[in-house]
Design a protein around this ligand. Structure first.
Ligand SMILES: *Cc1c(COP(=O)(O)O)cnc(C)c1O
Length: 401
């Protein structure tokens, strides 16, 4: 029997291992030279001016919420189909979350969904929107920005699925996810299941130098040793006007969300492979699309955004289980018995008990409809050319199609 196919997994090669071993033999295990090297490489890859690496994607989102002061008395729009961390990043900082609906066929927040969510912001003006590039593709970024501008919203992209994704905007200019053409900040995750792996790892990119400085300070306790930052010269400098060698200063308390040098060694090595991994994900996605066509209309791929060249993180099939007189759990179990792992991305976050308690009346029909049909099939670069056909054959059998 063929080896078990999980829905996603990392690809670690000998040179990745050698890079990590090299870091382990070096001077620094925590913040060393590879952190800044990784940040430079990521900024170059994404086309952003600045990249701030941090502990994981959740930390990246939390740092973003803090840098934009999304605390008590603020409201942030978050699409209902995402991982918990997108909404929690705002809540953990004391800001309110207003969930937006999504397109039932792509899982992406549309401009009209953002407008509808804004109309629900009760007696308060919203401050920001966290947009999510589900499965690796982005939606109508220009449309989202137009509404955000009208309402003076800051824009954060949750691009944890979308490193390597490119798109052309209406003026046909080629943009890269992370270059912040349509946003203030972009957050990435380098969890092993994502497109490049660091074990745990994350980053925020921005073109705003002030935000980049805030993010970098907040990542490490809010402490600075840069003499130009010091606001207490009497405490900082001796009679010779030299800063005391032990002195550091903290003007706003921060966190320890640092990423170790060891993991940046892995990230640097993996980042070199991003184009190869992304292209392989696109090839496998094209194979899935061809195979899936014969299961139409009850099984369809995600609706695609024109002009987006996604570095697919997930291969999502939308399955009308009801029309096929079956249910998702039994299909997942049948596939698992055939050595095929699947997953659901995601249960609508607004239906989690914590958020239900905050807004028990809310229903978001697009998100619910998306959730009813979604199933993520195996997708990772080391899958074989034949795997998509094997998966779709097994799916067709499980669905009695
Ligand atoms: C993975 C993920 C996160 C969190 O990233 P971690 O690195 O696991 O903390 C946030 N948002 C989305 C959409 C994700 O897929």
């Amino acid at each position: 029997m063929s080896p078990f196919l999980p829905y996603g997994r990392q690809v670690i090669e000998d040179d990745d291992i050698a890079a990590v071993v090299d870091a382990l033999r070096g001077e620094y295990l925590t913040t060393g030279p590879r952190v800044a090297q990784f940040e430079r490489a990521l900024a170059e890859t994404t086309g952003a001016k600045h990249a701030v690496a941090c502990a994981n994607g959740t930390a990246a989102l939390h740092l973003a919420a803090r840098a934009l002061n999304l605390g008590p008395g603020t409201a942030t729009i978050v699409p209902a189909i995402t991982f918990l961390a997108t909404a929690n990043a705002v809540r953990l900082n004391g800001g309110d979350v207003i969930f937006a609906d999504v397109d039932p066929n792509s899982g992406l927040m549309r401009p009209q969904d953002l407008a509808e969510a804004l109309a629900r912001a009760p007696g308060e003006t919203a401050n920001a929107v966290f947009n999510v590039h589900l499965a690796g593709q982005c939606g109508d970024l220009a449309g989202i920005r137009a509404i955000a501008r009208d309402h003076h919203l800051r824009i954060v992209e949750d691009a944890c699925h979308a490193v390597g994704t490119t798109y052309t905007s209406h003026n046909t200019e080629l943009c890269r996810v992370g270059d912040n053409s349509f946003s203030d900040l972009t957050c990435f995750s380098f969890h092993p299941v994502k497109t490049i792996a660091m074990g745990e790892g994350g980053a925020v990119t921005t073109n705003d130098e002030t935000l980049a400085r805030i993010l970098a300070l907040d990542r490490s306790h809010g402490m600075t040793r840069d003499t130009a930052d010091f606001v207490q010269p009497d405490e900082a400098f001796g009679d010779d006007r030299e800063a005391y060698p032990w002195y550091y200063e903290m003007q706003t308390p921060g966190l320890n969300y640092r990423i170790p040098d060891i993991l940046c060694a892995l990230g640097l090595s993996q980042l070199k492979k991003l184009a190869r991994f992304a292209n392989r994900r696109r090839e496998l996605t094209a194979r899935y699309d061809r195979e899936l066509a014969r299961l139409s209309p009850h099984v369809t791929p995600l609706a695609r955004t024109p002009n987006v060249n996604a570095a697919w993180h997930l291969y999502v099939a939308l399955i009308d289980f009801r029309a096929l007189h079956t249910d998702r759990a039994s299909v997942m179990r049948k596939l698992a018995s055939q050595g095929i792992g699947t997953q659901v991305h995601y249960f609508p976050v607004y239906r989690q008990p914590y958020y239900r308690d905050i807004d028990p009346q809310l229903t978001l029909p697009g998100a619910d409809e998306y959730y009813r049909r979604t199933l993520s099939l195996p997708l990772f670069p080391s899958m074989s050319d034949e795997d998509p056909a094997r998966v779709i054959d097994a799916l067709a059998t499980a669905l009695k199609l």
